[in-house]
Design a protein around this ligand. Sequence first.
Ligand code: URA
Length: 187
Amino acid sequence: MATPTDPLAALAARAHDCRACGLAATRTNVVFGVGDPRAPLMFVGEGPGEQEDLQGEPFVGRAGRLLTTLIEGIGLTREDVYIANVVKCRPPGNRNPAPDEIAACAPFLEEQLDLVEPRVVVTLGNFATKLLLDTKVGITKLRGQTFPYRDGVLIPVLHPSAVLRNGGAALAQARADFVTIKRTLAA
Ligand code: URA
C-alpha cells in the first residue's frame, strides 16, 4: 500500500504495522485514534478494551459512552475533538499496560500530539496523566488542577471507567472537570 501523504494517516499506517511490543500478538485491531486531526481539545485514555479492540476505535464501550456524554455535556461532539490512548493495542483481559508497552507506544502518542497540536490536552486516569506529566502522583490528587503543557494546558480527569465504578461523587468531580475544560477552551 502507498504511504498516505497526510502525516497523521501516515503515522496511523505505521502504527497498524507496529510489532514493537508483545501486545501486537494478541490484538484484533490497532486502535490509533479518532476525531478532528486539528482539534483544539485532545483526550488521552489508557488503552483499548474489548469493544475498542474489536471495532478499532477508542472509547466505544461502556466507558466510551460516558465519555461521549460528558463531551456532549459541554456542547461538543466526538467529531469536534481528538481521542487517543497511551497504548494502541489492547492489553489482554484489560490488564494495566506494562511499562515496556507504554515506552514502546509513547512515540506514537508524542507524534499525535505534535501533529494535532491541541491547545487543551485532557488525560483520562492515571496512565495518561503520569506519562504526560512525567509524575508518580496519582490522578485523585491531580484532578481539579490545570497544568501548563507544551504550548497549552493539560487537565487531568478521572478515567470514565473509574467514574462508572465509583459513581456519585466521582461523577460530580468529572462533570466539574468538564466545566473547567469548557472554560479553558473558551479562554
Ligand atoms: N479505556 C481507555 O482508556 N481507552 C479506551 O479506548 C477505552 C477504554
